[in-house]
Design a protein around this ligand. Structure first.
Ligand code: MG
Ligand code: MG
Length: 266
């Protein structure tokens, strides 16, 4: 079943997502070539616990880390480890937090150092696709309007591959609630969106073909053709005229601008 949230619950979820967003900023301030991804995971966990939250992914289905870190051809669910980040890496960081019983969930793909223009373009388009999806998340529209807007832009206009196997989701006291929110679909189809629906919209867009595989670690999803993938995610609440975006990229984009080791998308 779908759990619609009261305004009071949405305000609690805003706080969970604010912590996620600030954790991203904290992580972004430390990203640089040479840093092992596990170090960033430790920084994130410490930040969340210091601020009274609980890492939302750690222990979820036995995932052992605070962050999912997916580098270059890795799409999502990458595991932090001793691998050091390198100049030119596209690093998707996905973070979840539990605060006041509610989950926050948001992802951003960072550019370490100088990036190839084609990768910067992929990241910009993926981020824009996310916002085009969010624009559709208002009362009276249908779920397929969100999916269709993302697909039309990323695949139709830009010719990128859209991952089918993984999708956005409802979020609340569980990390993954109904409904599923695919990044592909037909506008005008699917259930009508109602006030209080809280969903994580998260396009996963590949520079090459859409097909993915799971790596031997049992978690990491990577592109089959080895080309780069991008991932951006916000948690939003459906409202009457305009979606209420509960997570924000504001803090992390400030941190990116201050960090000379990162290339900003804006
Ligand atoms: Mg996420
Ligand atoms: Mg998610």
């Amino acid at each position: 079943m779908v759990y619609y949230k009261t305004q009071e619950e949405i305000e609690l979820m805003r706080l969970s997502n604010l912590m996620v967003s600030k954790t991203h900023a904290e992580v972004a301030s430390f990203i640089r070539p040479g840093i092992p991804s596990i170090k960033l995971d430790q920084i994130a966990e410490e930040y969340i616990r210091d601020n009274g939250g609980v890492p939302g992914f750690k222990g979820y289905n036995d995932f052992p880390y605070t962050l999912c870190m997916s580098i270059n051809d890795e799409v999502v669910h990458g595991m932090p480890g001793t691998r050091e980040l390198r100049e030119g890496d596209a690093v998707s960081v996905d973070c979840g937090v539990i605060l006041n019983e509610f989950y926050g969930d948001s992802a951003y793909t960072y550019c370490v150092g100088e990036m190839k223009p084609e990768i910067i373009q992929l990241l910009k388009v993926t981020k824009e696709a996310l916002y085009l999806g969010i624009e559709q998340a208002v009362v009276g529209r249908r779920l397929g309007d969100i999916s269709g807007a993302i697909q039309k832009f990323a695949e139709g206009k830009h010719g990128y591959g859209i991952v089918r196997e993984l999708v956005g989701h409802g979020v609340g006291k569980s990390l993954h609630e109904k409904p599923e929110v695919p990044n592909y679909g037909r506008q005008g189809t699917g259930p009508k969106l109602k006030k209080g629906l809280v969903i994580a919209i998260e396009p996963m867009i590949n520079l090459g073909k859409r097909h993915v595989k799971q790596l031997d670690d049992g978690w990491t999803i990577a592109t089959r053709d080895g080309m780069v993938s991008a991932h951006f995610e916000h948690t939003i609440a459906v409202q009457e005229k305009k979606a209420d975006i509960l997570s924000t990229f504001e803090y992390t984009e400030e941190a990116i601008k201050k960090n000379s080791e990162l290339t900003a998308l804006v």
